[in-house]
Write a new protein. Sequence first.
Length: 413
Amino acid sequence: MNLEDLNEKTILFLGKSRAFSEDEFYAQLRFHKIYLTREQNDAFDFVLEGRMMTPYEQNLSDELYELGKYEFITIDTFEKLLADKIDTTTLLMSLKLSNDKVRLKSFLQNAMIPDGLFFKLLKMYSWGGEDFFENDDNRDISAALVSRFYENIERNHNVQYATTGIYHLILQTEDAKLLEAIAELEPVKFHPKIIKALSIDANTPKTVLKKFLKKGDKVAQEAMAYNPNLDITIIKELLKHKDLAEILAKNVKLDEGLFELLFEYKTILAENESLTKEMQTQLLELHDDALNVALSHNRALDKEINLALVDLNNEELNAAIYANRATPQEILKKAYEDEKNHLSLAKNPSTPSKFLEELFHSKDEKVLDALARNESTPVAILYQLQLDSRFERAVKTNAAFGKHIQSENIGWL
């Protein structure tokens, strides 16, 4: 059904509107030339079932349905049709000229309006220099923002009334428009944690990052250095600070130009997981011990580079390589033959399960502690390690074990 099908038609309305306020609901109907009646005796073409119908209205609805003469519409379907036909330009101009905060708030709380319109209306809302939940109006708008975009809000409905809800939105979403909308909210200035989350997020628009940079926000600058998705103008600005340059060297997504630009920090650069095989080869050919150690920790280490580092037969390098999840299985299997490599292998999520199971019988406390922290350690072994007070905390902070407990919904032992 289209809204045009209802033009110049009369609808029997039972109950109340849901997404629109009563005044706005009737205003939209007048605009679209749709007529409502509350009386059964009047002529009507459709029956609209709203929320909170009285027992009388519910009985009437049932009787009319049994007659089979009328088409029924639910309030959610009808209000969605209205919301989709809102003239954005006219509405924004009307709100701007009238400065009607009550009407603006009503629209922002309307879950039926499109996200694009919601973002435009959100820009118009004045926070009055106060925080997200510092007054009733701000609280309602903050709750509307969180409830609209929060994943699985029904499982954590109270989160819409806490600043953590806005923080979680940033962590959950990949929507650049939502991230931009949050960044532009006035109360964000009160929350360094939110600014940090926005600055580090690879999906945050460059325009937002540049605004943070222009403000000289130290929290934003440091967080930005961990963002892998920066443009060259931001990178060059951050490179003016040695501490930020070192963070960039390890985290930024590299191309040939950036590799050359950051080559001054080559030892740190060696751990950057976006290094291509050619870049790794170039670093290896420098024959620098410290650089090789850093390279051996790189979790995206190329297989051939891995083998070349093993061939150097250096204990410090080997310890790092055997603990590196990027190391090929054949190298790990061979390393297992020598007991001195067991600690590194116990740390490595890529170590074959049968070896992790065998390592459970080790007498070395460090090996057992590493197993307790390893997310690839079989759950049955983690249960056993949890019974030992020395490793109980390590098991409980193991993300894989926590996920298993949640999926089984059995709680901690």
